[in-house]
Design a protein around this ligand. Structure first.
Ligand SMILES: Nc1ncnc2c1ncn2[C@@H]1O[C@H](COP(=O)(O)OP(=O)(O)OP(=O)(O)O)[C@@H](O)[C@H]1O
Length: 251
């Protein structure tokens, strides 16, 4: 992928948010969320159930608009960046049209996305042993997650947002999936923001850590710095969450 033609200016973050807030009714589910995701590398977005991770990803892809503050993706509004094909998003729960054949999903992707790479998509599926003639609904959970990732990668986005795409997979399949993400995105220079509950696998799968607690970003920084400072990642995250590692949905 040629990142140079449309690449970010030096130092421009992939995603930056300033005091972003989002409310549903009178309840603020994000408040004062400030964050800078550097270009390149895999960023882990962690936090308990209900902390606001999906809400933040939906704002970044332009699916919803903030009720306070603002955010930019490569210096543009999220909607503008997504319309340009700069943002790929894999939502929770294997977001495929189950009755469609995989090849039909690729054709839809090709029609909708300006930088679509059909050759890449077909080669990736072949490498995974997934026949484009199969219906999405007949694939295993792991295969569906891989097809969803293939569709997102074939858009050739500059920022890839993953909302727990591997949550339903068994530990071995999850590890393989994350290794795929890391290898392929490193090869293409894509920035990945990856929502996950599995803190134990972060240090091998991710470069940066963002911790969200009760709708606020309580930590953002490189994982290498934490490790160099002698922090165990799980302990660090638990401390950052201040004991909020159970569901916050009822809070
Ligand atoms: N459309 C909506 N209407 C009302 N409340 C919502 C809506 N979407 C999300 N919420 C609430 O906002 C809060 C944050 O939800 P969000 O899905 O962003 O959390 P999360 O960190 O992704 O959680 P999980 O890890 O369980 O997926 C939750 O309390 C949720 O119930």
């Amino acid at each position: 992928m040629d990142l140079h033609k449309s690449g970010p200016r030096d130092g421009e973050p992939a995603l930056a948010t300033w005091d972003v807030g989002k409310r549903y009714g009178r309840r603020w589910v994000l408040a004062g969320a400030t964050l800078r995701v550097p270009t390149g590398g895999v960023v882990a977005l962690v936090g308990p159930n209900g902390a606001g991770k999906t809400t933040l990803l939906h704002l970044a892809v332009g699916l919803t608009a903030p009720d306070a503050g603002h955010l930019m993706v490569f210096g543009r509004s999220p909607r503008a960046a997504t319309a340009r094909g700069d943002v790929g998003f894999v939502a929770q729960d294997k977001p495929l049209y189950r009755r469609f054949r995989v090849g039909e999903l690729l054709r839809m992707g090709s029609g909708l996305n300006p930088r679509w790479d059909q050759r890449y998509a077909l080669l990736r599926l072949e490498g995974l042993g997934i026949d484009p003639g199969r219906r999405a609904g007949s694939l295993s959970g792991g295969e569906q997650a891989q097809v969803a990732l293939t569709l997102a990668l074939a858009k050739r986005p500059r920022l890839l947002l993953l909302d727990e795409p591997a949550a339903a997979l068994d530990p071995l399949a999850r590890r393989a999936f994350l290794d795929h993400v890391r290898a392929e995105t490193a090869a293409c220079g894509i920035t990945v923001l990856h929502s996950s509950h599995d803190v134990a696998e972060l240090d091998r799968a991710c470069d940066h850590l963002v911790v969200v607690r009760r709708g606020t970003v309580v930590h953002a920084g490189p994982i290498a710095e934490l490790i160099a400072a002698g922090h165990g990642l799980e302990d660090f995250v638990l401390r950052a969450l201040g004991g909020d590692h159970a569901s916050e949905a009822a809070a």
